[in-house]
Design a protein. Structure first.
Lengths: 346, 445
């Protein structure tokens, strides 16, 4: 494995972690948005608040990691991507601000009216971020980012069939993951009605994601033939099929209410897609323009980068393990409180 | 002089993405400045507040006095809220590096990027433990809870160290060679830790304590003055005030160190502090209409007769916008001196009488001190950042070479102005909301 490949593996690992962890936080926003009126949706929203609170900030940091790896290890590609795809990236930034701030503020709302306004902001912004970031990935994967300073088209680079498909898929998979995770959380919190609610949502979102993923194949075949070729041959195909198997397996596990295992397989389905995408467009970082090796920074930078990250991992990995252990054991669990009940006089 | 110009010209680097058209330069700079001005005060809370919270929790563990627990718990919640907002404003910054300055990032990302990698790790650790710490009240054993706060405090410092290392490098670039106008032979650690990092770090670190300490003390000082002389208010006031008052005099000394380093490494920036056109022996310093003879020479070289280089040692195009730098520098120095005086007022009184000042004027000044410390903080960053112009990498790459060729930056700037205004209003609303719940009730829940 060359240094450049090692750095790309880390980028994809960070992206996969972001998709699996933060993707679910955005998905939680989808369920918050669709929960219904203040009274009917209160219980679901309370669950969203409870599940996301201790983890969403740490989950968000994976995105920063991906951005930093790109500009350190593949600076030319970073400059080209960010200058061409500036419209969806600014959109994502605005979504990130509203999502994070509104969620943090909702925890302190004093009336149901405030909570609903902030909740709607949080939930709508939760749709924007994965959608825009998905269109960015689609623009890169379909070879619409040339090397240069804003050298690509500001609009067609992300308003195209591949980008839009990936954007929609990103929103749906997030919703799917969120429903699976929160079904598991509901079991732990001993809330059978919430377990049923999220089980139904997981099945719905899972089926929808699967349908869109299958529907994406003809879109890619016509809009991004090279990517399609990569995804339907060799190891790319293995990943796509693997993702399908994990996806169907997750549906079966959710159906039989084995949410702990479903958590793992749902995440695996998403990881397989990210890996498959990486494989499908290798050896290119910017398809047709710039290979991974051409894009890579000098060896001294890559070595320093990998060494820094290795040292960092010695601290980071145990810290993450500690956080998720506390979360999954329920030590940090907040008291469950339906969102509308919080404002009732006690 | 001609030989030097040639040497400088030879060292300049061609951006790998080519020469931009530059019509987006002004909105890009305004947007970047705005984003920093919003983010940097939040950084202060990341640097200083966790240590103050832990100090207070430590007092609780030692004395068992519930007032300290109530205070630490309340402050930890504020830390979390400000951290959440800092996370999003910091994310904006990392995106803006690419959105606004793609050619700078594409060309030099490999030189300083490792700094941000380590910063990313540090930030990650901070995010993990801040969640454990704040959500772990009453749930983790006392000692464990205290220990989970320590990584938050450490990560706040290491994170800012690494970001400042990159800024230090931009002001004093090194750790790479230029071969045919291209960056080669990168030595990432030499780049990060060979530059201006150390005085910038200590200066910013103390600024964090000044901003947070005075903002906290100012808030509780107003309550104290309004007659709420309970133990809770008194403890909060003393803790905030002590941290700030101890930092203030040291900051003046560190400022002196910073100015002397700038005098040697970036003489044009130093000349801009005073607007010194011609190279002068025994250069004066103007504070508004007052001219103090030889003061600039004294400040810059600790020698009243030292020669200070003037702005005209470089061509007009290579000079920074003098009036902005000069005014910002004067603002920072004036406020810094006033804060030191206020800190000393408190420290001397405490030392001699073990009592808080009685004078109403002290508390009036104190409630102004926090916002003024923020003004000084921003002025300081304007001094160093605008003082570096027209260079993004000092004497190597000009800012107009770094900028994006994408259009629409005025629109982006306008939108972000609205977004930031909303964000600040929301943060303000939230802090007021938090302060409306009595803190002592908070610990019984």
């Amino acid at each position: 494995m060359t240094l450049a490949v090692a750095c790309m593996v880390i980028t994809l690992a960070g992206l996969a972690a972001y998709a699996v962890l933060a993707g679910a936080d955005f998905g939680a926003g989808v369920w918050d948005l669709t929960a219904g009126g203040a009274t009917r949706g209160g219980r679901v929203r309370g669950m969203v608040q409870r599940s996301m609170s201790p983890v969403w900030e740490a989950n968000h940091v994976w995105l920063i990691l991906v951005v930093v790896v790109l500009w350190t290890a593949f600076p030319t590609a970073f400059g080209s991507i960010f200058s061409t795809l500036y419209v969806p990236l600014f959109g994502a930034v605005i979504g990130i601000i509203f999502r994070g701030a509104a969620f943090a503020l909702r925890g302190q709302a004093a009336t149901i009216g405030e909570a609903r306004g902030l909740g709607a902001t949080f939930a709508l912004a939760s749709l924007l971020v994965p959608f825009f970031l998905g269109t960015v990935l689609g623009g890169v994967a379909s070879g619409r980012v040339p090397v240069g300073n804003a050298a690509g088209d500001a609009w067609s680079s992300w308003l195209n069939p591949t980008s839009l498909t990936v954007g929609v898929l990103a929103v749906l998979t997030g919703a799917y993951l969120a429903a699976v995770y929160m079904a598991a959380d509901s079991v732990r919190a001993d809330l059978p009605d919430m377990e049923r609610a999220f089980r139904a949502r997981a099945l719905l979102a899972g089926a929808l994601s699967g349908a869109v993923a299958i529907g994406a194949l003809p879109v890619l075949a016509s809009d991004a033939p090279d990517l399609y070729e990569g995804l339907t041959s060799g190891f790319g195909l293995v990943c796509v099929l693997g993702s399908g198997v994990f996806g169907v397996g997750t549906l079966a596990l959710v159906w039989s209410s084995r949410f702990g295992a479903a958590r793992v397989t749902a995440a695996a389905a998403v990881v397989a897609v990210v890996v498959g995408w990486g494989v499908a467009q290798s050896p290119y970082l910017l398809p047709g323009e710039l290979t991974l090796e051409q894009a890579a920074a000098g060896d001294s930078t890559l070595v320093a980068f990998l060494a820094s990250l290795a040292v960092g991992a010695l601290i980071l990995v145990p810290s993450l393990v500690y956080l998720y252990r506390l979360v999954l054991r329920g030590t940090l669990d907040q008291n469950y409180e339906p969102l509308d009940q919080r404002f009732k006089p006690k | 002089m001609a030989a030097l110009d040639l040497l400088l010209a030879a060292e300049q680097v061609d951006g790998v993405l080519g020469r931009p058209e530059q019509d987006q330069l002004l909105p890009a700079r305004e947007l970047q400045a705005l984003s920093f001005a919003v983010h940097i005060p939040l950084v202060c809370f990341g640097i200083a507040f966790p240590a103050m919270v832990l100090f207070t929790e430590g007092l609780w563990l030692r004395t068992g006095n519930p007032v300290y627990k109530a205070l630490a718990k309340r402050w930890s919640k504020i830390t979390l809220v400000l951290f959440a907002i800092g996370v999003v404003t910091g994310t904006i910054l990392s995106f803006e590096f690419g959105l606004l300055w793609p050619n700078f990032m594409a060309t030099f990302g490999e030189v300083f990027g490792v700094g941000f990698t380590l910063e990313g790790v540090s930030f990650f650790v901070e995010a993990i433990f801040i969640a454990i710490y704040v959500y772990g009240w009453e749930k983790l054993p006392r000692r464990t809870h205290f220990l989970t706060g320590i990584p938050v405090a450490i990560a706040g410092v290491t994170g800012s160290l690494l970001v400042i290392a990159v800024n230090g490098w931009m002001n004093d670039p090194g750790g790479y060679d230029v071969v045919n106008g291209q960056v080669e032979n990168v030595r990432p650690f030499a780049a990060l830790f060979g530059g201006n990092v150390w005085h910038e770090l200590v200066h910013m670190y103390l600024a964090g304590y000044l901003v947070v300490g005075f903002l906290v003390a100012g808030y509780y000082g107003r309550r104290w003055l309004a007659g709420r002389r309970d133990q809770y208010t008194r403890s909060a006031l003393i803790i905030g005030l002590t941290f700030a008052a101890l930092a203030a005099p040291v900051q003046v000394l560190v400022g002196d160190w910073a100015a002397r380093t700038v005098a040697v490494k970036q003489p044009v920036k130093l000349a801009a502090f005073e607007g010194l056109e011609e190279t002068t022996k025994g250069a004066p310093f103007h504070a508004g209409p007052i001219e103090v003879p030889k003061l600039l020479s004294l400040l810059a070289f600790h020698d009243p007769n030292a020669t200070v280089k003037g702005l005209n040692t470089v061509p007009k195009d290579d000079q920074p916008p003098v009036n902005i730098v000069r005014f910002s520098f004067l603002t920072m120095v004036t406020i810094g001196t006033a804060l030191m005086a206020l800190g000393l007022w408190y420290l001397v009184l405490w030392w001699r009488r073990r009592a808080l000042p009685e004078s109403k004027w002290f508390y009036r000044a104190l409630s102004a001190a926090g916002p003024l410390a923020v003004v000084a903080l921003i002025s300081g960053w304007i001094t160093t950042e605008v003082g570096r112009q027209p260079w993004v990498v000092y004497e190597v790459m000009k800012t107009d070479q770094a900028v994006t060729d994408a259009g629409g930056m005025w629109i982006a700037f306008g939108v972000m102005c609205v977004v930031y205004a909303g964000l600040l209003a929301a943060a303000w609303w939230l802090l007021r909301r938090l302060s409306a719940t009595p803190a002592m009730e908070d610990i019984s829940r």
